[in-house]
Design a protein around this ligand. Sequence first.
Ligand code: NAD
Length: 316
Amino acid sequence: MKKLGVAVIGTGFWGKNHARNYKELSSTELVAICDVNPERAKTVADQFGVKAYTNSTQMLKNKEIEAISVCTWSTHLAKEALKALNAGKHVLVEKPMATNTKQAQKLCDTAEQNGLHLTVGFLMRFIPGLQAIRESVENKKIGQLVCANAKRVSQWPERIGDVGVVKDTAIHDIDVMRFISKQDPITVYAKMGNMKHLKFEDYAHIMLTYKSGESAFIESNWLTPYKTRLLTVTGSEAIMRLDYITQDLWIEMQKETVQPRYQFQEPLKAELQHFADCILEKKKPLITGEDGVKALEVAQAAMQSSAKNRAIKLES
Ligand SMILES: NC(=O)c1ccc[n+]([C@@H]2O[C@H](COP(=O)([O-])OP(=O)(O)OC[C@H]3O[C@@H](n4cnc5c(N)ncnc54)[C@H](O)[C@@H]3O)[C@@H](O)[C@H]2O)c1
């Protein structure tokens, strides 16, 4: 079977994991990596036995490379993703995809014009427990959906210095809420601020409301000494709770609690496998560039809401 030639731009903490998974997957061939830090580029390239670049423009000339993962600092993602799309490569761009919706939309338009796949690194969607929640909400297995609560808190990962906790962290939950409810919120109200981080918000509380009456609440911070990643979805007949770290899922009903078991899988591996399959089999990816634009739109509205201390209405 033909393997998909891939490369990674930005091989820090997260890009290294992309490189490792591409190396491990049977459908992909890691061709090269690129990092502006020459020592890092060399170390990672040597580790995986591929060619190192410090300039992505040079690397993108390589015809063996058909698809790219963009894992640079968040404020460089859109620029690098655009270069890759203009060079005719399919792109998986990490979240938050871009600094604003205008840049993100430009990526979608460029991918569309060039007939290329564009997907965004919302890897929570590849966790089987979250897929079960979405399916249960859709089929009303938990009755009528009432609300969803997400908690994603930890210490500040100090390497992240160019965005705050909303675009770095809460954006996962913003996407999760869209994924499980299959709707966009109509209003966003948020309160955020910075306690320890000098430049960006390090805590945020975001409330989303929906046309049919449901609501969602997202708590995110970089102030908690330990890492918690939880989702609770309340329906009229049952509650579903997911721990993203252990991937444990609980379904709590009036008389019993059940805990379905799913085989633990590395969400990044599933995400990259899906990206490669979509390209090789010419299928539409589960997560599109438009999903990235929508998540950024809600993140921007949350920031605006907190600054103006009022709810922001979103266009439906
Ligand atoms: N989907 C997820 O769950 C998830 C998890 C972690 C990180 N991320 C995302 O991945 C991205 C990277 O995060 P990280 O934690 O690895 O950060 P990091 O600082 O550890 O690594 C970023 C790397 O990119 C390199 N770089 C920056 N700009 C570049 C450019 N223009 N060209 C080439 N190399 C460049 C840096 O030298 C560095 O090695 C961020 O956008 C982050 O939001 C996503």
